[in-house]
Design a protein around this ligand. Structure first.
Ligand SMILES: [Zn+2]
Length: 470
């Protein structure tokens, strides 16, 4: 499995960095000033636009629908949609295109994706005491969407790489956003930066959730009571919901204080009879084995997709070099170096940690150099082995030429991120004024033959720019 080492060592700070720090500092001051009275709740600093939140949510929801079993029971679905619609129509919800679905899963969880798609597990319906508690979870999730916590966290975690990626016009190309973000390790897996929130975000979502519930006529205390009930019943090894939504402390008290700022109102917890009927329906939903677990079995192995290799090529140009690649692959430039990843979307594989690795494609970049091709290549191999524990040298380095320059080609073997596959990585290195130029051509063993032609053409296409005077 090739975890791209792209541009970890170089760090020329883009000018945007100083600006970003300035903004964070300003936000901090604003937060301190508003310590008294009802808290001003506004979305935090964010590199994504609202439209990009919505697009990301759409793509992520499509992935969720593939991974989970979405419940089709009309009565259940209508019930969740009715509650959701009431909450989503409050001005505090920010006018996002919310959608609400039920997932057949006994674990106590619910989650919302940027821009509005929300999912509730049948296990959460079973654990709630009344409709208001379900509404509380949804109001809390809606608040994360409206306050844009997921993309704000992703922005802060990727100050350097995100701006160019977001500016690269991925809006409009349908289905492209998740794949691009995947390269920064932003996905939907465990501990995803999009779904696991800070305690500050939790406390803000509780407060906004309180306001949303109150507007919709639900007793906001039920939200905090439900979270505390989960905490009390589960302890440290409680449901997934609590690890994604860590307790900011004193939830009930904070909600009570917030209710005090709101206009007096009478609240409902919903119809007890109807809720009992819904819980029965939820309990009756058959829970299939998780789809991901099924795909981990060697016999199922659907994970090896068709890797499309177009014969038409296009050229990628960096200032130090140019390389051609199949025109149905994507080129994603590294943000801190002249490197680029050239891969089909099918070549990215999401790991259990939520990050992505490249299972088929090519990575081009520069590593540090001393001027000795053999020594520098050995240094790079050592670094790659450090980052990819199961990487072995299959064939030792041999001399070759790239664009007329002396080069080394080394064949490596590692575990492919595709189920049941071994991966073959072809490393080609050339000394250049900018550093040790390298290309890693990545293919699962069963695809090596199919990809060989494209890889050879890529290597032949490499043109180095004459060294600029520096
Ligand atoms: Zn939360």
């Amino acid at each position: 499995m090739f975890m791209a080492p792209v541009s970890l060592e170089r760090s020329t700070a883009p000018t945007g960095f100083a600006l970003a720090l300035g903004l964070c500092f300003a936000l901090l001051l604003a937060a301190t000033a508003a310590a008294q009275g009802p808290r001003q709740l506004k979305p935090g600093w964010n590199l994504f636009s609202k439209d990009q939140d919505i697009q990301l949510g759409k793509e992520a929801a499509a992935q969720v629908e593939k991974q989970y079993t979405v419940v089709r029971d009309e009565a259940l679905v209508q019930y969740i949609r009715r509650i959701g619609a009431k909450l989503a129509s409050t001005p505090e919800a920010g006018g996002y295109p919310y959608s609400f679905q039920v997932v057949a899963d006994k674990s106590i969880n619910a989650f919302a994706l940027p821009g509005g798609p929300a999912f509730v597990h049948t296990g959460l319906l079973a654990a709630a005491d009344n409709e208001a508690q379900v509404a509380g979870v949804l109001a809390h999730e809606i608040s994360h969407v409206a306050l844009r916590h997921g993309t704000s966290q992703a922005s802060k975690a990727n100050l350097f790489q995100l701006p160019a990626l977001l500016a690269s016009g991925m809006l409009g190309k349908s289905g492209s956003m998740l794949g691009q973000l995947a390269q920064l390790g932003i996905g939907l897996g465990t501990n995803s930066v999009l779904l696991k929130f800070s305690r500050t975000a939790e406390s803000d979502a509780d407060l906004l959730g309180t306001r949303i519930m109150a507007k919709a006529g639900y007793n906001p205390l039920e939200m905090a009571r439900f979270f505390e009930k989960l905490e009390a019943s589960g302890g440290a090894r409680g449901p997934q919901f609590l690890s994604d939504h860590p307790n900011p402390g004193n939830r009930v008290k904070a909600v009570e204080t917030e209710i005090g700022y709101l206009p007096r109102s009478s609240y409902t917890t919903g119809s007890a009879n109807e809720f009992a009927r819904i819980q029965k329906l939820a309990a009756a939903v058959p829970v299939p084995p998780p789809k991901q677990a099924a795909s981990a079995q060697p016999t199922a192995a659907p994970s090896m997709p068709q890797i499309p290799v177009s014969r038409t090529i296009r050229e990628y140009r960096a200032s130090a070099y140019a390389i051609s690649y199949p025109d149905n692959w994507q080129a994603t430039a590294a943000q801190k170096s002249q490197g680029v990843t050239l891969a089909p979307r099918e070549g990215y594989v999401q790991g259990s940690g939520g990050g992505y690795s490249i299972g088929a494609g090519a990575v081009v970049d520069f590593a540090s150099k001393t001027g000795d091709l053999n020594r520098d290549t050995a240094g790079l191999l050592q670094k790659l082995a450090g980052e990819n524990a199961d990487m072995r040298t299959q064939e030792p380095s041999k001399s070759t030429r790239v664009n007329g320059q002396p080069a080394l080609v080394t064949i490596l073997q590692s575990r492919s991120p595709f189920a049941g596959e071994t991966e073959v990585d072809t490393l080609v290195t050339v000394e250049r004024p900018e550093g040790l130029f390298f290309v890693v051509l990545i293919a699962p063993q069963s695809m090596v033959r199919n990809m060989q032609g494209a890889f050879d053409a890529m290597l032949r296409s490499i043109r180095f720019s004459p060294a600029a005077s520096r």
